[in-house]
Design a protein around this ligand. Structure first.
Ligand SMILES: N[C@@H](CCC[C@H](N)C(=O)O)C(=O)O
Length: 282
């Protein structure tokens, strides 16, 4: 039996989302249902599906469950947090700030205007996830197609590989090397692959091949992970602008166990309703 669900399509620097508010109804889509909704020809189309759930603690406004386009789950979504902040503001649920809950920990969002939303992500970590086998040396060299690439690993709750390139990456490199490295053998849960080029001490050019979504126009957690990697290695200074195909984010990070502040826009594209397959588990 199909059920009609209300959704909102949002985007943040061209990283696009479908948001479904499931705080008052059982909605637990199977991965195949998510993948069909995410298909740009067979469904609505999105990079990530954001499902709002009741928060587990009173100091948190709402919990956000994150799915990638292919139906896999993700722990964090930086651009998605700004999109949720805008959606809450549009509904009158957030006047200035709120604490959101993700699998990667709490994220504080601060709304100043649709063009100026700040999300505070938990501190980055160099520690490899459980089950991972990555080289101890950072950055290490990955050899692919006769070339060596310096690669770093940073977790923003979700896994990121950062390649520090001498030139901005072209689309062909992002697609080919991204597809290989997202399935890095040392990372059984896969990784987002960030192709970074330092333009100046306060500007990085970045293209991201996202785990479960492929090349996207922008990735918020990727921007945070890349800034953290390159600040830690002394190549850039905070605040740093991260210029991606979809636009620019500003990242502040004071190092060590400090949180990462990410500021940028978000936009509501449209509201809609969709009949979906019987994947609702009561
Ligand atoms: N677009 C996101 C990241 C979404 C999750 C990622 N693909 C993963 O699997 O970890 C962002 O803005 O951070």
């Amino acid at each position: 039996m199909k059920r009609e669900l209300a959704f909102t399509k949002l985007e943040a620097l061209g990283n696009d989302f479908v948001l479904i508010d499931a705080r008052e109804g059982a909605f637990a889509p199977l991965p195949a249902t998510v993948a069909r909704l995410g298909d740009r020809r067979l469904g609505i189309g999105f990079d990530q599906l954001l499902i709002l759930r009741p928060a587990s603690r009173p100091d948190r406004h709402v919990a956000v469950e994150i799915f990638n386009q292919d139906g896999s789950t993700a722990e964090q979504c930086g651009n998605g947090m700004r999109a949720v902040a805008l959606w809450l503001h549009d509904r009158g649920e957030l006047s200035e700030s709120a604490r959101l809950e993700t699998a990667a920990g709490p994220v504080d969002v601060r709304f100043e205007s649709p063009d100026h939303i700040t999300a505070t992500l938990p501190p980055p970590s160099e520690a490899a996830p459980a089950g991972a086998e990555l080289p101890a040396e950072r950055p290490w060299q990955e050899s692919r197609a006769g070339r060596d690439y310096p690669v770093d690993f940073v977790s923003m709750g979700n896994p990121h590989l950062i390649l520090d390139l001498e030139q901005p990456a072209d689309v062909a490199l992002v697609e080919s090397l991204g597809e290989v490295l997202t399935h890095h053998p040392g990372l059984p849960e896969g990784a987002n692959v960030n192709f970074a080029h330092v333009e100046s001490r306060h500007l990085i050019d970045l293209s991201v091949y996202e785990r479960g979504a492929g090349p996207t126009r922008a990735c918020g957690s990727g921007a945070c992970a890349t800034a953290a990697s390159l600040i830690r290695r002394g190549q850039v200074d905070s605040p740093v602008e991260i210029r991606q195909p979809g636009g620019t984010l500003v990242i502040h990070w004071d190092g060590g166990p400090k949180p990462v502040y990410m500021t940028g826009p978000a936009r509501i594209v449209f509201h809609g309703r969709i009949d979906i397959e019987p994947t609702i588990n009561p």
